[in-house]
Design a protein around this ligand. Structure first.
Ligand SMILES: Cc1cc2nc3c(=O)[nH]c(=O)nc-3n(C[C@H](O)[C@H](O)[C@H](O)COP(=O)(O)OP(=O)(O)OC[C@H]3O[C@@H](n4cnc5c(N)ncnc54)[C@H](O)[C@@H]3O)c2cc1C
Ligand code: FES
Length: 378
């Protein structure tokens, strides 16, 4: 066990996900009364059309409060970059804090919209989620966890497998993610669970090194070792496959975008949720691929599973080219199929375009984008 294991684990930031805004930068809206809440005030949050009424702690985001109370607000990135968590503030007022203008425009703020993952109430509020609530999906309340690193290994160029055993098991849907709290920085970063939910109670993450990155180069690829204690919270996100579906699924991942897709593929196959799974993994060169033999073996033993790695910068025995072009070559039509896309935003956008070319209806496409934290994106 390294010295770091003795470190005090930082308490989870009260606003839940993401970095904390600097004090005093929040923009209060749409409070038209000029009222400033007393420091430390708690407010009631009601979700319109449901019987959900809960308390939001000082500085806590509405999304964090709702998910901890097992209520649901649609969301994806939990860091203010995707806009999935937009809600209409029907009555009361919120502080938008560090909601980025590119996600929540000035007009939207004036029109009473807010990002539930960033905004905190300044009065009792009643809100209505803008996005559709995916009914019938098991909801696992958001919780803070501590755990121990039980495995940490290099599995590909600049990619590590990190396995954490939480002190209490975390229930999650295949495809969801957790936030790891970076020690000493007061920031959290999102990492998708790569293992299926009904495993032995551990959480497996695939982490790519980001040059200069606080969580990756500064921690997971630096001082973190087996035996270290870590703080995390989860589960989060609505990228998942939980319902049986009659159509085959195409899973396309770039880099560590493979992580939630492996969880989804394994869960879907073992629970007979899909008739067939086509797993595509894109990398530049062979050293970017990982778990190749594991997938080849799965392909050998399960005729419903097909594995297609593709390399964009190397001729080899397998598919060559952008992974999205390989999908286009492989299927003359994707009508009657569904897709799960994950990885860097540019790859996800290219995959959506490719599937559209192959006539897959947009409603059949689910996606998770690994967007950088807003402060880091700068
Ligand atoms: C929902 C979700 C799930 C995620 N799941 C995973 C996962 O399973 N595995 C994984 O490896 N990552 C995942 N990520 C990305 C991860 O959360 C971090 O953003 C990433 O590891 C970088 O963190 P960092 O602290 O090391 O870098 P930071 O300190 O945040 O960034 C350092 C510098 O790198 C730039 N940067 C950061 N990320 C990127 C990027 N993707 N592309 C281009 N520039 C970038 C920043 O703009 C900044 O200049 C996920 C992100 C989201 C939103
Ligand atoms: S902007 Fe709130 S979940 Fe993405």
């Amino acid at each position: 066990m390294s010295d770091r294991s003795a470190e005090t684990i930082p308490a989870a930031a009260p606003d839940g996900p993401g970095d904390r805004p600097p004090a005093g930068v929040g923009v209060q809206a749409p409070d038209r009364t000029g009222f400033q809440p007393p420091d430390g005030a708690r407010f009631h949050l009601t979700i319109d059309g449901t019987d959900t009424s809960l308390t939001v702690e000082p500085g806590q985001s509405m999304l964090d409060a709702a998910l901890r109370a097992a209520a649901w607000i649609p969301h994806s990135c939990t860091q203010g970059t995707c806009g999935t968590c937009k809600v209409r503030v029907l009555c009361g007022a919120v502080d938008h804090r560090d909601s980025p203008d590119y996600t929540l425009t000035a007009d939207e703020r004036c029109g009473g919209l807010a990002l539930a993952c960033r905004a905190t109430p300044t009065q009792d509020v009643r809100i209505q989620p803008v996005g559709a609530v995916d009914d019938g999906v098991p909801r696992h309340p958001l919780r803070d966890y501590t755990g121990t690193v039980i495995a940490l290994e290099d599995i590909a160029r600049d990619i590590r497998r990190l396995v954490v055993e939480p002190d209490m098991p975390m229930a999650f849907n295949a495809g969801q993610y957790a936030e790891l709290i970076v020690p000493g920085h007061g920031v959290a970063r999102q990492y998708s669970m790569a293992n299926p939910p009904d495993g032995p109670g551990v959480l497996e993450f695939h982490v790519k090194r980001t040059p200069g990155g606080v969580a990756t180069e500064g921690w997971i690829f630096a001082g973190l070792t087996v035996g270290d204690r870590v703080a995390l919270r989860g589960p989060l996100g609505q990228f998942h496959l939980v319902h049986p579906q009659p159509e085959p699924a195409i899973l396309i991942g770039g880099g560590t975008g493979l992580a939630p897709l492996v969880s989804i593929a394994r869960h879907a196959l073992s629970h007979n949720l899909v008739p067939e799974v086509f797993l595509y993994h894109g990398g530049r060169r062979e050293e970017d691929l990982y778990d190749v033999e594991v997938f080849r073996e799965l392909e050998r033993v399960d005729g419903r599973f097909h594995y297609r790695p593709a390399l964009s910068e190397q001729e080899w025995s397998g598919a060559t080219g952008m992974v999205t072009d390989v999908v286009v070559e492989d299927f003359s039509s994707c009508k009657g199929m569904s897709a799960y896309l994950c990885g860097p935003p540019a790859m996800v956008a290219a995959a959506q375009k490719a599937l559209k070319r192959r006539r897959m209806p947009p409603r059949q496409i689910r996606r998770e984008e690994f967007t950088p934290a807003p402060q880091a994106a700068g």
